[in-house]
Design a protein. Sequence first.
Lengths: 531, 490, 410, 420
Amino acid sequence: MPRLARSLHAVRLRHVLFAGILALGIPGGSLLAGAILGREALAQPGRPPVLAIRGARVHTLTGPPLEGATVLVRRGEIVAVGTDVQIPRGSSILEAEGMELTPGLIDAWSGSLVGDGAPQDRGATSDARAADAVDPFLADEIQELLQGGITTLHVDYGYPSGFGCRGAVVRLVKGSAGSDFLRVPEASLTSSLGVSTAQPLLRLGELKGLRSDLIAARKYKESWEEYDEALEEYMEKIEERKKKDEAEDKKEGQTTDPGKPGDDKPGDAPEKDKPEDEPKGERRRRPHASHVEDPVVGEEDLQRPRRRPRPEAPPPEETTEEPKSDKKTEGDLDKPIRPRKDPRLELIVQLLEGKMPLRVEAHRAEDVLNAIALAKEHKLRLQLVGCSEGYRIAKDIAERHVPVILGPTLESILPRRDALRFHRPGTAARLHEAGATVVLGTSSHVAGGSRFLRANAALAVSHGLDRDAALRAITVEAARVLGLDDRLGTIEKGKDADLVLFRGDPLDPRAAVEVVIVGGEVVYRKEEAGR
Amino acid sequence: MTKLVCLAVVLASCLTFTGAAAALQGEPGKLVVKAGTIVTLGGDEIRNGAVVVENGRIVAVGTDVEIPYDATVLEFPDKVLFPGMVNCHDWGGLDRPNESIPVAPFLDVADALDPSSVDFEEDLRQGVTTVGVSQGHDCIIGGMGRAVRPLGLTPPEMTVKQETGLKISVAARRRSNRMIQMSQLRQAFHDLDEYTGQVAEKKYEDDLKKKDKKIEVGPDEAREKGKALLRADDLDDKHRNLYRLTTGAIGSFVYAEKAMDVKVAIDLARERGFFDRMTLVVGSECFKAAATLKEAGRPVILTELVHREQDPWTGEIEETFVPGVLAREGVRFALLPEGGSLGARYLWYQAARCVRNGVTRQTALESITLVPAEALGLRDRVGSIEVGKDANLVVLSGDPLDSLTWVEKVFIEGRLAYDKDKDIRLLELLEGLTRDEIEEGGEAMESPEDGASGATPEVDPETDGGKDDGGTEGDGSDGGFLSGERRHAG
Amino acid sequence: MRPRSTIRTERSWALRMTVSCVALALVCGSEVRAQDKPVAIRARKLFLGTGDPVENGLVLMRDGKILAAGANVSVPADMDVLDREVVAPGFVDVMTRLGAYDSVLETARPLVPEARAALAIDLDHTDFRFALRSGVTTAGVVPWNRTVAAGRTAVIKTGSLSGRARMVREMGPHLLTTGTPAHSWRIGPNSSSGLMELLRERLASASKNGLADADLRRVARGEETVLLDCEGAELQAVLRLVSATGLDAGLLGVEDPTRSLRELVAAGRPVVLGPFELGARGRDLRAAAHLSAAGIDVAFTSAAPARSPEALRLSAALCIAQGMSEDAAFRALTTIPARLLGVADRVGTIERGRDADLVVWSGHPLDLSSRLEEVWIEGQRVFLAGDRQDASRRGLSSSRSGMGAREGRR
Amino acid sequence: MRKLLWITVFQLGVVLLGAAPAMADETVLLRAGWLHTGDGAAIEGGCVLVRNGKIAAVGRDLALPEGARLIEAEEGAITAGLIDAASRAGVGPGAGEQSSEFVPRLLVADEVDLTSPDFQSLMRCGVTTVYVSTDSSSVVGGRGAVVRTGSSRGKATLVSSQGALGATMSADAYMRGAFNQSPFGAPTATARRPTTRMGLVWAWRKGFYDAMALRDGVTPPSGNPVVRSDEDLRVLIDVMAGKIPLRVMARTRDDILRVVRLSEELGFTFVLEEALEVYRCLDVIQSKEIPVIFGPLLDETMGTRLPQESDRLCLRTPSMLKDKGVLFALTARELGGESALPFQACFAMRYGLSFEAALAAVTSAPARILGIDKRVGRVEQGMDADLVVWSGPPFRPTTRAIAVLVEGVIVHSEAEGDGS
């Protein structure tokens, strides 16, 4: 299609021309706009340039596909969609006749881009973030993902028992080293039931662990709420006392020092102390640096750890209880005891408050039901991942309105992993029939599998899933699960311009991806990729 | 003659290392080193110049400098004088590079430093006069590093600079992954915040109590106010160094294995306030983040010179010469020796590799002298032959980057620390002799039928005679030398 | 974990098994010939497997064979004609271990050419139903590649009216191995060069008409197609061996063909690739395209049941996406594997005289979203999508509850 | 007729496969500051004209023929392509054959990965031909292979799979394999037939005496647990008849002398490989005219990488060999990168070897040892055009190969070195 090639070529040339302008800091969203801005647009600096994609069959996913429609993109956003859209003068035009346009595909369950994560060391036990493992320098892998039409992925690093890592949403914008690359650094918290172990008792233990963590987090939250209340009271008392003291001071007259008593003094003090804080003075006191002064280390010193008693510095644990005795001398003021900060529990508190969804990988029906029950008990925003046996409990899942993110339909029929052995390729169809929200992912267990997301969706169709539902499952429904449905997932006015042009059926992996646009910018072009 | 020489050499070797150490402690006299070529690195090369050393410092460099009447003058008319090289990040001298405690800012390499380690001997032999000893990469927050000269009996005696920096790694530890690494790193700083907060609060309250005032602010504000009162000594050993790091009191060596780590490390340093004294220790892939490194403007220590990556489509290995990329981008880098059996173990060879691959000679030479000196915070003391700097001088038989060049003499702060002619170990290695054989004087008969080990070896008298000119030159016989005793040390 | 060896190589045992197997085949045979009324299927699109698909083609079959197929086939007016969307030949999967996962492993000696996979297959195994429902009608069951000469492959039809799989060819191609799986420290060479040396020696002696190695004589003379597993071996060395010995070998387990494309093309031997699943590397897919474009016969395999048999169709689709021609991909699932298994005269295409093995699809067979609707084997419909009573589903539920019960759940 | 295929026809030494691969018809003229022909001559401003894969002319002022490509290095030098006569490139660290101690018909060529990046990187640093040696974990371990590191197709090509027979006189033959290779957990010493040096020497003797018996028409006594078949013995007969060269890996002086004694007793000649302690028995080596392939050079002052058998290093060994007039070559064995062959030469020079001798030790000497000195190893009219253009004096750390030709094909070149 020479026409397409030519216009794309133009885009590229201009892109090079205006690379400098981009560097000068045009906001990220309008990058492509800047790039394709022609001379006309330069002449009228007020109007940002427009990219028009003309003639494609547009899967808007808000309604039936539009034949031969035009999509206008400006400042990284879709500004118009329709068959009767006027293309403004000076727009860059992408001729897409005979092609199909969909929103950028979203893999809601991916193990891509985490470079060196060998599967066996996947799975974190602490408050790990997948965002820390996402390697934006994997240029080849990013290219392959784009070749598969993927523009956004939810990356996680495995689903351990207990509360695991925080998944990240990555959007494959141009210049991956930039900060826009991590679209949502902390998108979800992962967990699993019955994945790491098949033993019935251990599996019960997993559930128990989750539940007790949730209860602990609830208590933690309450203790902080109590503390905050007590603190408020305490502050009031301090204020009262302050007023009283001030009143007394005034009564006593101006004999004492005129400044405000509490405020300035401590401020002065540090300046006096500062010089002592210089490394030199301090080094003298440190045992480690003292070889010059006392080169002979006594036997005593060798036997016990070198720690000099420091009456001034209380050990961290004690502070929470100590104030009681200390403050008693203060008289009426009881400083409330500050609870220990616990980053891990704070994370779970976020779950309880509904600020973050909980993803539970579970495959067996009873594990899934347990997860649902747990979510109900603690009012969590639950997302089910895996769910191989979902076909057996499709109704229960649909009733609870829990979104289900299904993995590859192509797992082995021999149990490669015990949890998957009752896996059925028709699960997606059955869940969809029952009315559940179905999202298709590629599973973090298959490294680099994201680029074949389309194949996964196609196989779901071949096993009975509705075509439309399959496309929705990798675009709009996936966006909804990631909480990004206000920006991504459909082609409509006001949304981010993440678009993919296919030469053929988007669900047929044989149909090549011709152009990928992310944030209004062309990030992949088939003839340029050459591969 | 041969016998005599060998005997002399052996006798010298029987002295313990204290000889050298004593010399180090004694008051150094004035010294003038004249050489055919002086590669100063601070300025242009000087032909037939002289370096005047007083009290271990260089007081004059040039062609027509005044020679003090009471100075010892050493002349090397056909040799090259080069500044002592700086190996800025090494765990030589430590029995093990890493502690199993992942967060251990309270450690200090000085406590584990083995002054008699063969590593230091080898450093001298290759012309290295300053070694930045540091913990290995396999840590989260590691111990405190230290700059030493490869000469001395005890760590304090060797020390050039204490507290060169705390080791931190943003790359995954062995059998771990980046997520866990970052999470534990965050945890470490979180714990520090919590702890310093508590201490600060208490400090503030105590301060008020001392002044007989009543508390008039809430706990959060008290913490803030208390932080201003806080001094490093108020904290316990476990947290003190980390606290000092965040106040900018000490430097750090942050290990970034991959390109993605570079930004993480820089962001962390900026967020925690230790950016200004940070040095990045980078793996080979980090050339991809050259722009970020350039922008950061801090010196970079390179652990590997060549990056290899497989093309996913052809399966072929693509090689990138990392210093070449960094030099083009204008990033200042220091080189380190790499493993392997031949040249890559030597700093001068690493610099030569750079020249081979298109880096300019000046940049290559600076990457083993001035830049590593800067990374250790010693740029004003070592790394070039300039007035005011330590008199760390290396006498070379030829061009510093040529493999046929040998280090002949090494002066550290004006004292002779190494003399090739007295390097018994080198003799052993070159000629394949054992100590006993050197002692016996190298007469041997070949006896093919005699299979027993320890038999007299055959040594070609001619080749052995090659060592003849050694020893007779004998300037600075009180200087350091290398003892074969240390062969199995450590 | 090494599966337990279960093929007995003692002659007496083999004899016993052969006898029982023949008896088994007789029993099966009586059931096969139940049908003799001709059946006709008209397809909107008929893939004959010999070229471009035919629009509105018709297949006429009788007695398990195809009587006629194509666009210009006429049928008696009184005959019922079934109208279907897309009809294609059943797929052929060269290398599976369906129904015999761990019972075709023999490691008694470095060479067991007399072993036969046919003696160890459970024809009632549920594995076959999965294969059937992925469109596979013929499968080669290959012994494990743990010995230099591992024995003979069996060729199986994956279904019948009774739900049982059916033996087609007991004496399928031999499997030879030169790669790492056959390294065995106890019973034979443990290096590739050792294996190749042993193989070279035995082929040499076999070609010399000696009594020993009689099993391999035809193979050694290049008169019989053989499957050669070169997983982990140096591909170029294997190719040199193949050319030097004149083996008529289909290559299995070729790793990273990109690196030796030129040599593969020069050798001109068929290559079995796959299975390609979601984690497949782009360059391997590309290599399949290159090889087929250079005229090399490429066959895909699913290696079921270790992988899903559906990987067969997926492999083809993914390779097409990387530039393989649709025609070559189709042949890689039908005629080429059929030839490798020595059953090209019976399966792989829809032609007069071939077995009536058909699959009815809802769309193009290589479009992954096409649904498999019916499977016909030897003129009988053995699978009908959505039919809960169909043969291929029989026994599934019981086996499932069986597994659950064993586990002690519920 | 088919039978012929199975019979390995072997000629003296290593046979370069006759039909040279299709090579570029391109005519190339190389010009550099110095041309080191390899027989001691250094021509200033020397030129080499390459045509049809052969060296067509060598001289000082050769004119650039029409249409020829010019590669020029004013500061640089031209030498013959380097040859490593005992490399382990392209062979993983993996298994030596463990099923028997005596596998003379094994072909290393079956293990060599010609697509390995090893060859690519060797080629880039000037090595054009390597002989891939056998693993040392068997007493008699099969035949080596000759590989050219580059070709018009951009990959290494196998030249011959019928190299010398490799044998081991070292503890490797009864230690190394046993402890590394067992797939069944704890290995036992009994898994290997010889478990001592006594047994090792016995295995040597047994093999050769059985071969002699077979040669003389006597049926060898049965019950030899080492030898698998008569075919294996026939290889040894060829060795004794001088038809197949023998390589022996030995490190310590005792082992070297042991092989010398065996060679006298059993009547074979051999080439010594690795030879760490050869400097302790130079006179014997000299008087018996045993060629030595020395290396890799270990300059670990700490001796950490030394094999267990010896803790003795002698860095001046190459120059001692030279002084004794022994035919010797240098090898890097499995080492690559900064320890590859040119750097072995570089450090051999640092430890006393002259440049001419170092050049010979990596070009003409290995060619002679491999029996291919009629075709490669020197820059001479009529030889194969395996040439390296260096950016400066060869074998210095600051010098790189800016162009490499294999049989007249430019397999590696840098843009800035390209004239014309």
